[in-house]
Write a protein that binds this ligand. Structure first.
Ligand code: SF4
Length: 606
């Protein structure tokens, strides 16, 4: 087998048993790898109804067949598990070097089962795998954990993925952080790791990923890297200004969510844009493994010193969503989230919901404590104070640690949570991109942009420009392609930003050359559709009710955008959703049909 090794590591933390799970190429041809194989294992082995924080939940950490190769952005890995924030499937994805190193060690992934009776970490050096005591690491922030392990193990190759105090304290939106500042963050994968008493995974490897046709692969790779370098976003905007290049673009297009999505225009956005960050704080770019784009930012600040990030979503979540504009405070807050192991989008979204509750009088100062900074729009003191409270579940932080939906519900107003399936939304107001709104509503992991980035066609013009307020079948068909193609890119182990510059045929070329297959673009998109449908089946079995869960916060459906280019618009979800189900080949009420399952070869899971 090429690309994949055909081997997962199975680690049972309850029994201390470490086993090798082998699979054959037929299975790889069906699921490709990473996110694909992970949903296969979960559906095969786990009851989707299990409590996400119980030992019965499985945590699958997996790079893809192109991770660890020289394919552009070939360093990513996915964490697939049942998310405690949503109660549904989640597949959080991260860059850096950890994913590639896991491949160098000879593994396509790790299936973590059970729960250790004391804190442990997993150490992997090629075929040697040990479960080691981590009592001395418990309570440490991410940088301390990484430093301690690097010193103890004493290897330059070592790459580490760990949780901070937030994961230990089962914060519903805790992240797993690798290489200091790269995070698999969404829906609480860090809390699942914490619930298993697993502090970290440290890995070093010496193997080379097997490639079917090395010469052809190198030619194909060179061509794709050139395409990326010549693209204005992948080769210009992203390397020059990082993902924060989007701040001005999204704000000018009137969908930059401000003060908990009350409007889509932030009057001060320019001051915390990518351009401003580059001018004031940037010291260098930080690419992930094998990445010719290099969107990562390394900044220097008197308060925290040298730190990586923030990227677009974090700048917005810890900034405009709270009415905050001070870039230094945002960078510092982002640094703290990385150290404690918190999802920045959900942290900001939860604080934003608290601010709206406070400003409207439903959350009182006495609920926060006399000394606590008031939740006023634009109050920078809120950032550092409450981020720490959340990570340690101290005071009101214990309630905030449950996420915006549960928090707003406690105060009688869940409608102030800007979330889908209880997962906080990212930095695009769907009233300014209605296809993107349909993507939020139908995303398997909840309110997320990454798995259906319709901002590409609706705002940025990739692969071509579509009217953001068009809701025709053509728009919905484009969303299906984006959802299925994103599943392929994740399963391959690549970064979504490659879609600036590369199309579906380019991914086909790279995969075929590496894996030695002769698949068509349609074959790969079929794998993506299989993954999407398998995840939907998992969610339906976990208790998803389409009419309740495939929706958007009331604000987007009933409150027209008050100003800017999208003034007067809501999202016409009711008109799009039945057509989405139909185009997916599902029942009228959003269920995967036996015919569709059979067509995709997943009827055994229905
Ligand atoms: S584009 Fe950015 S996030 Fe993606 S692999 Fe490259 S540096 Fe990492």
């Amino acid at each position: 087998m090429y690309g994949n090794w055909g081997k997962f590591l199975r680690v049972n933390l309850s029994t201390g048993e470490v086993k090798v799970e082998e699979y054959d190429e037929e299975l790889a041809k069906k699921w490709l790898g990473s996110r694909g194989l992970a949903i296969y294992f979960l559906l095969k082995e786990m009851d989707p109804k299990v409590d996400p924080l119980s030992p019965e939940n499985k945590l699958i950490i997996t790079p893809g067949p192109l991770s660890g190769t020289s394919a552009p952005t070939g360093g990513r890995y996915n964490v697939v598990t049942k998310g405690p924030q949503t109660g549904f499937i989640t597949m959080a994805n991260s860059g850096g070097y950890f994913g590639a190193e896991l491949k160098f060690a000879g593994w396509d992934g790790i299936i973590v089962e059970g729960k250790a009776d004391h804190p442990v970490y997993i150490y992997i050096k090629d075929d040697n795998v040990e479960i080691r005591d981590a009592s001395h690491l418990w309570g440490k922030v991410v940088s301390e954990t990484e430093e301690t392990l690097k010193k103890e193990i004493g290897s330059k190759r070592l790459h580490i993925a760990s949780i901070g105090p937030a994961g230990e304290n089962l914060v519903k939106f805790a992240a797993i952080v690798n290489d200091g500042h790269r995070a698999a963050a969404r829906a609480g994968v860090g809390a699942v790791m914490g619930s298993k008493n697993l502090k970290a995974i440290a890995v070093e490897g010496t193997k080379r990923v097997p490639i079917a046709d090395k010469q052809k692969f190198m030619l194909v790779i060179r061509e794709k890297i050139n395409k990326l370098k010549n693209d204005p976003v992948a080769g210009g905007g992203l390397p020059n200004y990082g993902t924060a290049v989007l701040v001005n673009i999204i704000n000018q297009n009137g969908l930059y969510p401000t003060r908990n999505f009350q409007t889509g225009v932030f009057e001060l956005a320019e001051e915390h844009s990518g351009e401003a960050m580059t001018a004031k704080y940037l010291i260098r770019n930080q690419p992930c493994y094998a990445c010719p784009i290099g969107c990562g930012r390394v900044n220097k600040l008197p308060t925290v010193g040298v730190t990586e990030g923030p990227e677009y979503e974090s700048i917005w979540a810890l900034g405009a969503d709270l009415g905050i504009n001070d870039l230094a405070s945002i960078i510092e807050a982002n640094h703290l989230c990385d150290e404690y192991g918190l999802d920045t989008i959900s942290t900001g979204g939860t604080l934003a919901a608290a601010m709206e509750l406070y400003e409207k009088g439903y959350l009182k100062q006495e609920d926060l404590g006399e000394e606590a900074p008031p939740f006023r729009w634009g109050n920078t003191e809120v950032l550092l104070y409450y981020i720490e409270k959340i990570a340690y579940r101290k005071g009101i932080g214990d309630k905030l640690a449950e996420g915006s939906y549960r928090f707003a519900e406690m105060y009688g107003h869940p409608e102030f949570s800007m979330s889908v399936k209880k997962l906080e939304l990212p930095a695009y107001d769907p009233r300014g991109a209605e296809g993107h709104g349909l993507g939020y509503a139908t995303n398997n992991r909840g309110g997320c942009h990454i798995k259906n980035y319709m901002i590409s066609p609706e705002i940025l013009g990739y692969p071509y420009k579509m009217d953001p307020h068009d809701i025709s079948d053509d728009k919905i068909k484009m969303l299906l392609i984006f959802q299925d193609l994103s599943a392929v890119i994740d399963a391959a182990g690549l970064c979504l930003f490659t879609t600036f510059g590369l199309g579906a045929d380019d991914f086909r070329d790279m995969l075929n050359a590496a894996l030695g297959w002769d698949f068509s673009t349609e074959d790969y998109l079929k794998i993506g559709e299989r993954i999407w449908n398998a995840e939907r089946i998992f969610n339906l079995k976990a208790g998803l009710v389409p009419e309740r869960d495939d929706t958007l916060p009331k604000r987007f459906l009933e409150e027209p955008m008050p100003e800017g280019p999208n003034k007067g618009h809501t999202v016409r979800l009711k008109e799009m959703l039945p057509r989405y189900y139909k185009l997916r080949g599902w029942t009228e009420d959003g269920r995967v049909t036996p015919e569709k399952a059979k067509e995709l070869g997943i009827e055994e899971f229905l």
